[in-house]
Design a protein around this ligand. Structure first.
Ligand SMILES: Cc1cc2nc3c(=O)[nH]c(=O)nc-3n(C[C@H](O)[C@H](O)[C@H](O)COP(=O)(O)OP(=O)(O)OC[C@H]3O[C@@H](n4cnc5c(N)ncnc54)[C@H](O)[C@@H]3O)c2cc1C
Length: 397
């Protein structure tokens, strides 16, 4: 009989098992993983660098990065937030560094560093790790039965099975509601896009809006050979994940290439330039300092004097509300998640315990929580894993 079994050897499961064993050194804690490899997503995350967390230290601001989970994570973030994650890894010899956009990586730029740290901590604390244990049945109490018929008994159980349907199915059998899973963090395909030839051009800031909705995001944008990518698009895909799924990934976007200017200011700039330098071409003047090839694509090659007021109006409209038809999505290889999972109102976020099944706890992506790109998804795994691990063996059941 184990005091605790954690199912799932990902970021959340590891953090939960380590926290539980650290707090209760005498407890028998096991971590069961169905595959032959541990921490697989950590290994491939952030392009092999592992974007561990985000340099955002205000719990209220931090919670705002979660399209699903903002309200529920506020309390947990007051107990374990990125500052604690940094401290946790630093105190075990792993330094993290921030990039200009706030993403935090190990200074080695290798996800292996994070994996080695978690494995060595598990070894030091004496967490029993069992691989190739695909749990197929869970009976209340708890009895766990694997694919090959082996059974395990545990007083407490933590489900950390990520977006795999297994964990969600058991939670459903134990009385929980499951929000259906749909992809989040993807890029937009614009087939036959007239600007595909500009692939590779990036913008520090553009505003992208989904037509007919209130979803809008401002941030870096990248033109790719298949459409649009970059943080503005990825964040938009996260916030509008469900709605875009319902639309079958067919929708229109409006791009404002000059989000710092109003249309009125853009028009005024064009008029003033025409007055000041009528013989020059608008193309060579490039008054908004847009990438050269992009501007060439947008701007007719003629002298300023030859532009009519109507043409200036049309150009302004194109610069501020440029319409594209999106048809389809592409998986973003550096980071992707599934939105959906166990309904949050059925979980006590002070302990991560099920409100329906005493002794059962949840953490990580098995819950209906997902963050925007930038390290927020791992932070959810660390925070909810830490809370589940520190509370499970102390709860009365
Ligand atoms: C390519 C990629 C890159 C990413 N990069 C980043 C990043 O840089 N930063 C970031 O914040 N987020 C990133 N993410 C998201 C992040 O990896 C996840 O949010 C996080 O790993 C979730 O952790 P988890 O432990 O909840 O689930 P998982 O990591 O999915 O772990 C669940 C584990 O449970 C096991 N399991 C499932 N069913 C059973 C069963 N029946 N029996 C036993 N074991 C079972 C699975 O095999 C798996 O090992 C990335 C995701 C992907 C796919």
């Amino acid at each position: 009989m184990f005091d605790l079994i954690v199912i799932g050897g990902g970021a959340a499961g590891f953090f939960a098992a380590l926290a539980a064993k650290k707090m209760n050194p005498k407890a028998r804690v096991a971590l069961l993983e169905k595959s032959a490899a541990l921490l697989s997503k950590v290994r491939i995350s952030g392009g092999g660098r592992c974007n561990v967390t985000h340099a955002c230290f205000d719990p209220i601001l931090l919670a705002k990065h979660y399209p699903r989970g903002e309200r529920e994570l506020l309390g947990p973030f007051n107990r374990f937030q990125p500052r604690d994650t940094i401290e946790w890894f630093e105190s075990r010899g792993v330094s993290l560094k921030s990039e200009v956009d706030g993403r935090m990586f190990p200074t080695t730029d290798r996800s292996e560093t994070i994996i080695d740290c978690l494995l060595s901590e598990a070894d030091k604390l004496g967490v029993e790790i069992l691989l190739k244990q695909k749990i197929e049945t869970i009976k209340p109490g708890f009895t766990l039965i694997t694919k090959d018929g082996t059974s395990f008994q545990a007083r407490k159980l933590i489900l950390a099975t990520g977006s795999s349907p297994d964990g969600q199915l058991w939670a459903e059998e134990l009385g929980h509601t499951i929000q259906p899973g749909v992809p989040s963090l993807f890029t937009f395909n614009v087939p036959d896009s007239p600007i595909a030839e500009l692939s590779g051009i990036s913008f520090k800031e553009a505003t992208v809006r989904i037509k007919g909705t209130t979803f809008t995001q401002t941030g870096p944008l990248l033109i790719t050979h298949f459409g649009f990518s970059g943080p503005a698009i990825l964040k938009l895909s996260a916030w509008a994940a469900r709605e875009l799924n319902e639309k079958g990934y067919n929708f229109e976007i409006l791009i404002d290439w000059l989000p710092k200017l109003s249309s009125k200011e853009t028009l005024e700039n064009l008029r003033l330039l025409k007055e000041e330098a009528p013989q020059k071409t608008l193309l060579s003047e490039n008054p908004f300092q847009l990438p050269k090839n992009f501007w060439k694509h947008f701007c007719p090659p003629k002298r300023l004097n030859d532009f009519s007021s109507k043409e200036f109006l049309e150009l302004t409209e194109k610069l501020h509300s440029n319409i594209y038809q999106v048809s389809g999505k592409t998986t973003h290889k550096e980071e992707f998640v599934t939105c959906g999972g166990i309904a949050l109102k059925e979980v006590n976020f002070k302990t991560m315990e099920s409100k329906f099944c005493p002794g059962l706890f949840f953490c990580g992506e098995v819950l209906d929580i997902d963050g925007i790109t930038g390290g927020f998804n791992f932070q959810n795994a660390w925070t909810t894993g830490f809370i589940a691990g520190t509370s499970c063996l102390n709860s009365p059941f």
